[in-house]
Design a protein around this ligand. Sequence first.
Ligand SMILES: Cc1cc2nc3c(=O)[nH]c(=O)nc-3n(C[C@H](O)[C@H](O)[C@H](O)COP(=O)(O)O)c2cc1C
Length: 269
Amino acid sequence: MTTLSLPDAPVDRWLEAARERRSRRSFDGSKVSEEHLAALHESCERLRPSPGARAALARSVSEELFRGIVGSYGRITGASSALLFVGSADSPQASTSAGYTGEALILEATALGLGTCWVGGMFDGSLARKMAGATGDEKVFSVSPLGLPMHKVTTTERFVYGMKKPKSRKSVEHIAPNLHDRDWPTWARPGAEAARIAPSAHNRQPWRFRADGGAIVVSFDGPETPIVSKRLDCGIAMLHFELAVRAAGASGSWELLEHRADVARFTLG
Ligand SMILES: Cc1cc2nc3c(=O)[nH]c(=O)nc-3n(C[C@H](O)[C@H](O)[C@H](O)COP(=O)(O)O)c2cc1C
């Protein structure tokens, strides 16, 4: 049984970062400070809740890593560093773990004042593998640029990525349809609220939460997708869920599942 939890997570710091974070794709070209790189390197080494996934820091990157034609989904400019999210290629559970672990690094980088953007499709996979020091069956599931974002949202970000307004999110009743039923545990409500604001590929928000005998099960809606697994999106939302549950005074952990669209079950304890 594979479980995921980060009992030592800085809950308030990361929840504040989760509320402030938005994907940034235009950076000012300046280098990330040594102090911040050292802190992120230490976080990559320490935050390993599952043996199936890890994050790696690339201190210096060129735009080659974020391969993409102008205006395409994935166009990143001016980032000096990157995070790479790695896992075992043939395990569906590794996608979930990579999402969960990667979001911990994304929130830490956000708390340090850095801009980030999950990039799942448009990046150079073999360059990313080399930069992450991937071995054996390890694969880079996703990367994120790291750097100081342009002070203002750029024209490309505004028009191509619709960044004029905050990205829309599905209602909490949509992602947790039985939220108002009697068997929905009260401790889990803040979790669903925090999962709602998580980032996802194409902002598809595939996560669905349901009560299951005092526990909460997360699954993904619709069919699974080949390039960016919906399990990875769910892993991201699972970290948000856990942080908010802990902030409300409860704690527990996720057990990873592989049955059809079920991704994981959260139980208190
Ligand atoms: C797993 C994953 C993969 C993503 N891939 C890309 C990508 O390839 N290119 C890109 O520009 N944005 C990518 N995004 C960013 C999403 O488009 C973004 O998170 C979503 O639209 C919500 O916007 P927000 O992050 O500003 O809240 C990805 C996000 C996730 C979670």
